[in-house]
Each structure stands twice: as structure tokens, then as C-alpha cells.
Design a protein around this ligand. Structure first.
Ligand code: AMP
Length: 176
């Protein structure tokens, strides 16, 4: 991917200061989603990077992670496993609690979603503090799965999120 393409993708991620709380600069990806050429380029490039880690499934984190996770799963021909907010999944779940850049939360997966021994790419739109991705990795590992890599459109370097992901490979398209 050329620097021009990366710059085009970066230009379509808008900073929204003080959302959802004072002091947070929210990364608004909706302009990128509204541009099919740039969105396709972002999925192609992230998909290529993720593919190097030979995942056998995509674990996508609610809710903006679903947008990228679903596109990547279709692009790479891999199963998609949704990680959801509490109370959304209809069958028995496994859960993990985590801290957000703004607040705390819980995530759940169906207890039989992950297949033991298989390799998964954990996908979200943004890694901030890394709490959500770390909790997701915990869920995958707790069910006997292996985390092949983490894939993010955006990494907020200054928050040091990747240090919470242990030795797992991290692929992020845009770093701030
Ligand atoms: P964290 O657990 O701190 O890495 O937070 C990651 C989750 O929170 C992701 O699902 C993001 O969608 C969301 N998030 C955190 N910080 C931001 C931000 N500055 N802009 C947009 N989304 C964010």
C-alpha cells in the first residue's frame, strides 16, 4: 500500500474532541466507512497483514469491531466470532471484565464459539488502553484458543495499549 493510500485513509478518520467525555479525543471512522474505495483499501491492507499470522478465525469486538471484523472475515474467508456486551448472546456464555479509556465494561462470547487449538485474530477499530483486546484474548485463551495476532485500524500509541497484550503480534494500520 502506498503512502498516498495510507494518507487517504488517515484523512478520513476525524478527531472529535471531548467525546464521549471531556479530555477524550474520539476517533470518528464514519467518514472512512462512507468512502468505499478507502474502506476497501483499509480492509485489504489490514487483511494482508493479519494473513501473515495465519489465523483460522476472526474474533470481532462489539460494536465498531464488527464492522472491520465482518469485512475481514469475508475478505479472508474465515469464520467470524462476535464478542458482545453483556446480555446480548442467547446461549451460555463465558465473560471477562475490563477497563476502558472511559469507564469499565464486560464482554461475553458463547461458551462453544472458540475451538480449542485453533488460531484467532482479535479485531477492533481502535486500541486505546488495550483493556478490551486483552480481555478478549483472555476469553479466547480460556476456551483453549490461540491468539494468532491482534488487528486494529487505529492504535493510540500514547496510551501504550499494546504492552497489555503480552507477546501477541499487533497489526495496526494507523498509529497516533
Ligand atoms: P481500550 O479497551 O481502552 O483499548 O478501548 C478500546 C475500545 O474503546 C474500542 O472498542 C474502541 O472502539 C473504543 N475507544 C477507546 N478510545 C477511543 C477513542 N479515542 N476513539 C474511538 N474509540 C475509542
Amino acid at each position: 500500500m502506498t503512502i498516498t493510500e495510507i494518507s487517504a485513509i488517515r484523512a478520513l478518520v476525524h478527531d472529535v474532541p471531548d467525546f464521549p467525555k471531556p479530555g477524550i479525543v474520539f476517533k470518528d471512522i464514519t467518514p472512512l466507512l462512507a468512502d468505499p474505495t478507502a474502506f476497501t483499501a483499509a480492509i485489504d491492507q489490514l487483511g494482508r497483514r493479519i494473513l501473515h499470522h495465519a489465523p483460522q478465525g476472526i474474533v470481532a469486538i462489539e460494536s465498531r469491531g464488527f464492522i472491520f471484523g465482518a469485512a475481514l472475515a469475508l475478505r479472508l474467508g474465515l469464520p467470524l466470532l462476535p464478542v458482545r456486551k453483556p446480555g446480548k448472546l442467547p446461549r451460555r456464555t463465558v465473560a471477562a471484565a475490563y477497563q476502558l479509556e472511559y469507564g469499565s465494561d464486560r464482554i461475553e462470547m458463547h461458551h462453544d464459539a472458540v475451538q480449542a487449538g485453533l488460531r484467532y485474530a482479535v479485531v477492533d477499530d481502535v486500541i486505546a488502553t488495550g483493556g478490551t483486546a486483552a480481555a478478549t484474548a483472555e476469553l479466547v485463551a480460556g476456551q483453549g484458543g490461540r491468539v494468532a495476532c491482534f488487528g486494529f485500524l487505529i492504535e493510540l500509541d500514547f496510551l501504550g495499549g499494546r504492552t497489555r497484550l503480552g507477546s501477541g503480534a499487533v497489526e495496526s494500520l494507523l498509529r497516533y
